[in-house]
Ligand binder design. Structure first.
Ligand SMILES: C[S@@+](CC[C@H](N)C(=O)[O-])C[C@H]1O[C@@H](n2cnc3c(N)ncnc32)[C@H](O)[C@@H]1O
Length: 253
């Protein structure tokens, strides 16, 4: 990842501790070739600046909190497509949800709002740090009572190496071209995300997760409507106006 650090107070972030060495190495390379810069805004929020796009406002943890608040204001409980995909409209979840593509954290918040414990995985370190900062700031807000755990990880490796319980739901949204929200703010954030997340994963990750799915576990993959499913043997599809959820379930043996 081509980024560098500008603020020593980064080291206070809880998420950072396991990655201190990595950050120091990348931080010490700070210089001409650096495209993304992490900085602390005067208001105390962590932000990523894209040096190749000076026209783009930095992506900050405050932006994420605003996005979450907006999204949760229109939360429709069991009517949410995500609640239906999780199956919450029929029975409560008994295991954790692993959001394997945390991104800006919006879907994680919606799933956590439905009462799930959500483990968020994000492989891009700068984004994971901004997410961590947003969660930390949001804890002080009265509307934010969500059970979120954030892990900086490559999701396929995490799923392969952790012992996730049988009743785990894995959620995967590798799509960058969401058509549902066309606000200027949303466009800016998605544009930022696309530049930052240099490794396209639209097919690789869902396939890897499906191959690793254990008995009793469920995999939900968000797809654009015209895109083919990962396999013809999926359990069911939930179609919305702009996207659908493909649901794969591995029965208990
Ligand atoms: C389209 S965005 C997800 C948007 C998210 N659903 C939301 O509500 O904001 C995809 C995110 O998944 C991350 N990602 C993609 N492949 C990944 C992988 N294999 N492991 C962990 N994170 C991954 C990308 O870095 C990016 O931040």
């Amino acid at each position: 990842m081509n980024f560098c650090l500008q603020s020593s107070d980064m080291y206070q972030l809880p998420l950072l501790q396991p990655h201190k060495e990595l950050i120091q190495i990348q931080g010490s390379e700070a210089g001409q070739e650096c495209r993304f810069v992490l900085e602390r805004e005067p208001e105390g929020y962590l932000a990523i600046r894209d040096l190749e796009r000076p026209d783009l406002k930095p992506l900050s943890s405050f932006d994420l909190i605003q996005e979450w608040h907006q999204r949760l204001k229109s939360y429709r409980g069991k009517q949410e497509p995500l609640s239906k995909a999780l199956g919450i409209h029929k029975r409560p979840l008994t295991g954790p949800v692993v959001d394997t593509t945390a991104g800006l954290g919006r879907d994680s918040c919606v799933m956590a709002q439905s009462g799930a414990k959500v483990i968020m995985l994000e492989r891009e370190l700068p984004l994971a740090l901004v997410l961590s900062d947003a969660i930390e700031h949001a804890q002080a807000l009265d509307w934010f009572e969500l059970d979120l755990e954030l892990i900086h990880a490559e999701a396929a490796d995490y799923a392969a190496s952790s012992t996730l319980p049988a009743n785990t739901v894995l959620y995967c949204d590798p799509m960058f071209n969401h058509k549902s929200n066309k606000s200027a703010q949303n466009k800016r954030l998605m544009q930022f995300l696309q530049h930052l997340c240099h490794k396209p994963s639209e097919e690789d990750l869902p396939s890897a997760l499906l191959a690793q799915l254990q008995p009793g576990q469920k995999l939900i993959v968000k797809k654009a409507l015209p895109d083919p499913p990962l396999t013809q043997h999926l359990n069911y599809q939930l179609k919305g106006k702009n996207f659908r959820f493909d649901i794969h379930y591995r029965p208990m043996v």
